[in-house]
Design a protein. Structure first.
Length: 504
């Protein structure tokens, strides 16, 4: 084994990816070898605090390579309490280059793996099978956090020579399942498998989704679309599998929901780089929805910084209900008020489990969508229109409607077109929510809090108002609070019903 050592930031060239600086080190070279031979090079270096978001190690790949394998490690020194330690992500780009949004992407595992391989007929989950062609490849390093001592790493690149295997043609899941016509369909649009940092296989997720009473799910791996062809055997008449990605930037995460098979969306930019709009448009061109995920999450790089002008919906409830979800819910409600005030379109809310591994529960929470059928297009149209509510499980079901005095009526995500002073009756029917409290919320705030539902979990609430008093009304089901004045965790919440004519 030969070794090349890059000490500190020596032998570097500075270049730009988008508007964010990145570092490229000197190339790692290999000589051609005979079939069956294997050749390795080891690269070592240290990244200081304040390193660019991405560091690239070029690898000169000769002709005749069958497989590329990469193993890496880095130090994790002790740091004082409250100080960030080391975390180093990894991926690879092929000879087509590292251009932002370009065609060179071949895989990303973030910090979930210590090694990966790829060849024509197979690849590590998170990476794309395909030929290892001659040219300059790039190992992509992402120093997520760097300790005050710096981040020392070691990368070993191994090439195996020989004829490439035969590449399999990818097969993707169908865009339609056996639905029930216009009905309420339950789904989980934020899930992770072993193709990113999850521990479950697609087959295991499919089994859990069916057990959770789901009709559809969305593949949303961090910064890779490698899982797309692996869902074909999971989908069936009873389960629609949408394809997407969780674009995991340093300024927030966004779920691409229901994109065309094989769609890759780049993530190597920050809000200050003014690049997000370009990739939001790419998601839509690929038939997907743009859904900022857990916008107030507290993990490094998770808090959403790009604004909501490009969003089609927002994930307000992510996994087990926590204080950051409560903040997201309140922030979304403020956006509803602003949309009424400014007379512009509103942003629907949704939820997702973000399940990675046991004991994360697939389908908790789940988004329940009124759609014309169980198809990709119909589910997306229902989400985009806000004809949905979010429930903690399939046990919780509700019906929420508003009606006027002359037979006018509207449901979730719709508008009741009556005059400002027309009496309006709002009705909510609930099942599967024992001891939960019903709250009705308008642009004025919480306007009605009912007594806890009986232990049967079923109940109904009726409330009367006018559009001049309530521009919209939405419903929340809350578990009993453990203590104090704070509301209990959500069991379900709805998108709003808007009251009054648009010009009112």
């Amino acid at each position: 084994m030969c070794e090349d050592s890059h000490g500190g930031l020596g032998r570097r060239a500075l270049f730009m990816t988008g508007a964010a600086a990145a570092l490229t080190f000197g190339s790692v070279s290999f000589a051609s070898a005979a079939d069956g031979d294997r050749e390795s090079r080891t690269v070592r270096g240290t990244l200081p605090p304040g390193s660019p978001d991405f560091v690239y190690v070029p690898v000169e790949v000769p002709a005749g390579v069958r497989e590329l394998k990469v193993v890496y490690s880095y130090d994790r020194p002790s740091v004082p309490a409250g100080t960030l330690g080391n975390a180093l992500d990894i991926g690879v780009f092929d000879e087509r280059g590292t251009e932002l949004g370009g065609r060179g992407f071949r895989g990303w595992s973030g910090g979930a793996r210590t090694e990966f391989f790829l060849r024509a007929d197979d690849a590590t989950p998170g990476y794309l099978p395909g030929p290892v062609r001659e040219g300059t490849w790039h190992i992509a390093l992402g120093p997520y956090t760097v300790a005050p001592q710096g981040l020392s790493y070691e990368i070993t690149i191994t090439l195996t020579y020989g004829a490439p295997g035969e590449a399999a043609r990818p097969v993707y899941p169908p865009e339609r399942a056996k639905g029930r016509g216009r009905a309420w369909y339950r789904g989980d649009c934020h899930l992770h498998s072993c193709h990113s940092d999850g521990r479950r296989t697609p087959a295991e997720i499919g089994e859990l989704a069916r057990a959770a009473g789901l009709d559809f799910i969305n593949s949303s791996e961090h910064n890779t679309h490698s899982a797309h062809p692996h869902w074909a055997d999971v989908a069936g008449d009873d389960l629609l599998v949408l394809l997407g990605e969780e674009i995991t930037t340093r300024n927030g995460h966004v779920v691409a929901l229901g994109t065309d098979p094989g769609t890759f969306v780049d993530w190597r930019y920050r809000a200050r780089d003014n690049r997000f709009g370009r990739f939001a448009r790419q998601i839509r061109r690929a038939g997907g929805l743009v859904v900022p995920a857990h916008p107030h999450a507290t993990c490094i790089g998770c808090n959403w910084k790009f604004g909501f002008g490009e969003a089609d919906a927002v994930e307000v409830w992510n996994g087990p209900y926590t204080p950051d979800d409560e903040v997201a819910l309140a922030d979304w409600d403020s956006m509803l008020v602003a949309s009424v005030r400014d007379g512009r379109g509103w942003l629907p809310a949704m939820g997702g489990s973000d399940a990675h591994r046991s004991p994360d529960a697939v389908g908790s929470p789940q988004t329940v969508v009124l759609a014309d059928d169980l198809t990709r297009e119909a589910i997306q149209e229902g989400i985009r229109a806000g004809r949905s509510y979010v429930a903690e499980s399939a046990r919780v079901a509700l019906s929420f409607r508003a009606s006027g005095g002359r037979g006018e009526h509207a449901g979730i995500g719709e508008r009741l077109p009556v005059g400002r002073d027309t009496p309006v009756t709002v009705g909510l029917e609930v099942t599967g929510a024992p001891r939960c409290t019903v709250r009705l919320v308008t642009d004025q705030g919480v306007v009605h809090t009912g007594p806890p539902l009986p232990v049967s979990g079923s109940g109904a609430v009726e409330w009367r108002t006018t559009p001049s008093y309530a521009a919209y009304v939405r419903a929340e089901l809350r578990h009993e609070a453990a203590a104090g004045p704070l509301p209990g965790a959500l069991a379900a919440f709805t998108n709003p019903i808007f009251l009054g004519r648009p010009a009112d």
